[in-house]
Write a protein that binds this ligand. Structure first.
Ligand SMILES: *Cc1c(COP(=O)(O)O)cnc(C)c1O
Ligand SMILES: [Zn+2]
Length: 411
């Protein structure tokens, strides 16, 4: 990496823990020396390295070898033939971050980068504002790195996400308000305490971790960019970094030039970005979230403007799905592919279904759906919606009677 660079005016800044341009308040992004990287980073070099996101380390913002989260990433790309048949598309894959290491969500990627960089910069306390998964990953990876940790979450999160932060011994602070209020408070705290807030002052480094998902999709597809990628949007950051990842691999000659679309998915109960895209607007209107997809419930998305730009540039679409459609999609993915996703996964699969049905994603194309979190963390969403186990006495007669009765019902 070369410098931090303003996305608006292009001014460069030293590689410190800072995230906004002093002149126009534009967001800072990490810039790289691609000419130098091109000389050393080949397909062969990448393939010779361990199977983690760090096999692309020249394109990730650390000065030295990573020290935190060295096993994150390189999750399976599952060829989803049974789901493809149901949705009516030729070639479909699930990028399965429900099994990311160590905390079962895509956030393990961004946190590995943020904490490795925080250690390089000399921080001893790390923190974040989170809708749940980020808190889990910061808490776990701070514990294994021996860092002090504060995580700030809306107090009404799912049990699984709360316990998954507390168990690592992190200071967990539940804020009585929604994420946007948590985030605003964290911006104030970050300005006052000398901590590394992974998604505030460390945001330029943190966000780069998302690119690894794009690199892996290309490599696992046999060095090819899919025609369509469907991405869940909270702040919109992941979607923008999928484009950056595809662009970088193209620029470095690791993959051929091709045309692709990167579509965005939101929950109807918090859809500022998809609503703006559908209305043909360049700017979103902030909303108050009300959805079971709590991990995506950001009413004022920091990268919403840039996500809209990426969708426009790649001739892509956005859509959103209701709570019932989210549950249906979670069940469909589980029943066809054996993958239990959290509510965000239901959002992405549900939106993919809509985009294929409407022809916005043509039936004769290839598509990758990014499934970013694990269903075991949002059990509340499915409670009462998947039926109940049948209970019988430990007797063969009772079992046979039960089967006979079931056959009668099904007949
Ligand atoms: C954080 C998160 C995302 C994406 O968030 P962005 O802020 O848009 O980068 C997607 N899915 C899950 C499950 C998440 O926790
Ligand atoms: Zn600027």
């Amino acid at each position: 990496m070369k410098a931090l660079k303003c996305r608006e005016c292009g001014r460069e800044y030293p590689l410190h823990a800072t995230h906004v341009c002093e002149f126009d308040f534009g967001p800072l992004e990490v810039a790289y020396d691609y000419a130098k990287i091109k000389k050393s980073l080949t397909r062969e070099v990448i393939q010779s390295r361990p199977k983690s996101m760090w096999r692309y380390r020249e394109l990730l913002p650390v000065a030295n070898d990573p020290t935190v989260g060295t096993q994150a990433g390189f999750t399976p790309l599952v060829k989803a033939d049974r789901l493809a048949k149901q949705l009516g598309i030729r070639e479909l894959y699930i990028k399965n971050d429900t099994v990311n290491y160590p905390t079962l969500s895509f956030k393990d990627r961004v946190v590995s980068v943020a904490l490795s960089r925080a250690k390089e910069l000399g921080f001893t306390t790390v923190a974040c504002a989170s809708t749940g998964n980020l808190a889990n990953s910061v808490a776990a990876q701070a514990a294994s790195a021996g860092l002090k940790c504060y995580v700030f979450i809306p107090s009404d999160l799912e049990q699984g996400k709360i316990i998954n932060s507390l168990v690592y011994g992190a200071h967990v602070i539940g804020i009585k308000g929604h994420y946007d209020e948590v985030n605003r408070l964290c911006a104030e705290i970050a300005g006052k305490f000398g901590w590394a807030f992974v998604n505030v002052n460390m945001r330029p480094y943190y966000a780069e971790g998302s690119k690894s998902m794009a690199y892996e999709i290309i490599e696992q597809l046999g060095w090819r960019i899919p025609d369509h990628t469907i991405v869940p949007m909270a702040s919109g950051s992941l979607l923008t970094k999928i484009q950056k990842g595809y662009q970088e691999f193209t620029k470095l000659g690791l993959v051929g030039e091709s045309k692709y679309s990167i579509h965005g998915a939101q929950a109807t109960g918090c859809s500022p970005i998809s609503a703006a895209q559908k209305a043909g607007l360049d700017f979103f209107k902030p909303v108050k979230p009300d959805t079971i997809a709590k991990s995506l419930a950001i009413g004022t998305p920091a990268d919403g403007f840039y996500a809209l730009k990426v969708m426009k540039e790649t001739a892509a679409h956005a859509d959103d799905v209701t709570d019932d459609e989210i549950r249906d999609a979670i069940k469909r993915l589980a029943e066809t592919e054996g993958i239990f996703a959290e509510t965000a996964g239901g959002v992405t699969v549900g939106v993919a279904k809509k985009l294929i049905a409407s022809g916005k994603i043509p039936k004769d194309s290839s598509a990758v759906i990014c499934v970013t979190g694990n269903g075991l963390k949002t059990l509340e969403a499915m409670t009462g919606h998947v039926g109940k186990p049948r209970e019988i006495k430990p007797s063969l007669r009772e079992f046979e009677a039960m089967l006979a009765q079931e056959e009668k019902v099904n007949a």
